[in-house]
Write a protein that binds this ligand. Structure first.
Ligand code: ZN
Length: 124
């Protein structure tokens, strides 16, 4: 089981089951909201218990972005059409025992850094 929280601790969550799709997203929305890139994993909605006042920003027609309105931590990403939710790897308690798998939306990445960890890179 994984546990995580926002910076101030008002929002906590517990993940059961096995997180998958561990990725670093380089899209413009994730970079603006997180300050750089956003690392996350996917879990079935039924395998995560969230406690606390998550604020949701409807960034597009396809997904909303969950964050803490008090401390600003960007914790969750939820596609309307899927029964899964993504949670941020940076908000997990250590040790996570997890490893990143890939970079996504690399075609949208910023010009101020390089990706040099050897993991697979997807345009989207
Ligand atoms: Zn908070």
């Amino acid at each position: 089981m994984q546990k995580g929280s926002c910076l101030c601790g008002d929002i906590t969550y517990r993940v059961t089951g096995t997180p998958r799709g561990l990725s670093v997203c380089h899209c413009g929305q994730c970079r603006r909201q997180s300050g750089h890139v956003w690392a996350s994993a996917v879990i079935e909605e039924t395998d995560i218990q969230i406690d606390g006042p998550v604020a949701w920003y409807e960034a597009s027609d396809i997904a909303k972005r969950g964050f803490c309105a008090k401390c600003g931590s960007f914790l969750f990403w939820k596609a309307y059409s899927e029964d899964t939710i993504s949670f941020s790897l940076g908000s997990l308690d250590s040790p996570t025992g997890l490893r990143l798998e890939k970079h996504i939306y690399v075609s949208d990445k910023g010009d101020y850094y390089d990706i040099a960890d050897g993991l697979p890179q997807r345009d989207q």
